[in-house]
Design a protein around this ligand. Structure first.
Ligand SMILES: Nc1ncnc2c1ncn2[C@@H]1O[C@H](COP(=O)(O)OP(=O)(O)OP(=O)(O)O)[C@@H](O)[C@H]1O
Length: 287
């Protein structure tokens, strides 16, 4: 299929991001070891203004999907289409252009910000790189801080003066700086305590409502995924085993792996969890 043909299809079905039959492998350990296939034909789509939650256990390949979309790992085969443009083997120039539309928020707010750069400089950097003038950049930094509910004097301070939750707000503000269409959120709240998790998730939802940005939201935590996602894809050993509406996948999972994920989730509602476990065990005994 030519690049043009894929472009037309992607635009026609209204997807912002389409991943088709994506395969990624890494060299095995040892000289003659075969490569390890980490993604084994993953397909997904994210619509404009939509959050696709990507959930799966450790090592299932969640982060690798995000990294492939961002061009940070080589793709063995398959197609990644963003806004009608094939990007799985984007050139450095294409990547620079794409960085305006596709941003990322990483898990660890303690390592994702430059410790020697004042918050204002961290936020103005992407703006200046896009050709925004200094004065306008300063004004927009003020807006960004306001949008993520940080005080305007934060601009002059260093990351070490902020808590984990506040730093993650800065990371979100940086991702938002040049008005992206898609943010890959890679476990953005996993390093935060429960109360802070909630405020950062609320912020992400508020931003989506206001700007219409799409999220590919990676997490191992089903409760977090249920809270933020419109649709959910469940990844297991490099393959998507179940996908669908968030309430359906997390409330009435069809695949045994999704059910086991649900059962191993921390217990928010003991009665609900017990009923689910009993139903699961009855079904297993009957099969
Ligand atoms: N650059 C790399 N080189 C070699 N192996 C890698 C590389 N990146 C990831 N892997 C391997 O690929 C597999 C999937 O990793 P990935 O980080 O995508 O999983 P994950 O689902 O995000 O897991 P976690 O929740 O633990 O971060 C793991 O076995 C990991 O060791």
């Amino acid at each position: 299929m030519t690049g043009e043909a894929v472009k037309d299809e992607a635009v026609k079905d209204g997807a912002l991001l389409t991943v088709e039959d994506l395969r990624v492998s890494f060299p095995g350990k040892g000289l003659r070891a075969p490569r390890t296939e980490v993604l084994k034909g993953v397909s997904l789509r994210v619509g404009p203004g939509e959050t696709l939650g990507m959930v799966g256990g450790s090592g299932s390949g969640k982060t690798t999907i995000g990294r492939a979309i961002l061009g940070l790992v080589p793709v063995a085969s398959g197609a990644i289409t963003f806004a009608g443009e094939r990007i799985e083997r984007a050139s450095a120039r294409q990547r620079r252009r794409l960085s305006k539309d596709v941003q990322v928020v990483f898990q660890d707010p303690y390592t994702s910000l430059n410790p020697s750069l004042a918050i204002g400089d961290t936020l103005s950097e992407p703006l200046l790189a896009q050709g925004v003038g200094r004065r306008e950049a300063r004004r927009r930094v003020g807006d960004l801080l306001e949008r993520v509910h940080l005080p305007s004097d934060a601009a002059a301070r260093l990351p070490r003066e902020f808590s984990g939750g506040q730093r993650q707000r800065v990371a979100i503000a940086r991702a938002l700086a040049i008005g992206p269409k898609l943010i890959v959120c890679d476990e953005p709240v996993s390093a935060l305590d429960l109360t802070t998790q909630r405020t950062v998730l609320d912020l992400l939802l508020e931003i989506q409502e206001r700007t219409g940005v799409s999220y590919l939201f990676v997490s191992h935590d089903l409760a977090v995924i249920r809270f933020v996602s419109h649709r959910v894809a469940v990844l297991h050993k490099g393959e998507i085993v179940e996908t669908g509406d968030a309430a359906r996948v997390t409330g009435d999972p069809r695949h045994p792996y999704t059910r086991s994920l649900l059962l191993s989730a921390p217990v928010a509602n003991v009665a609900e969890q017990r009923a689910r476990r009993e139903a699961f065990e009855r079904e297993r005994a009957a099969s």
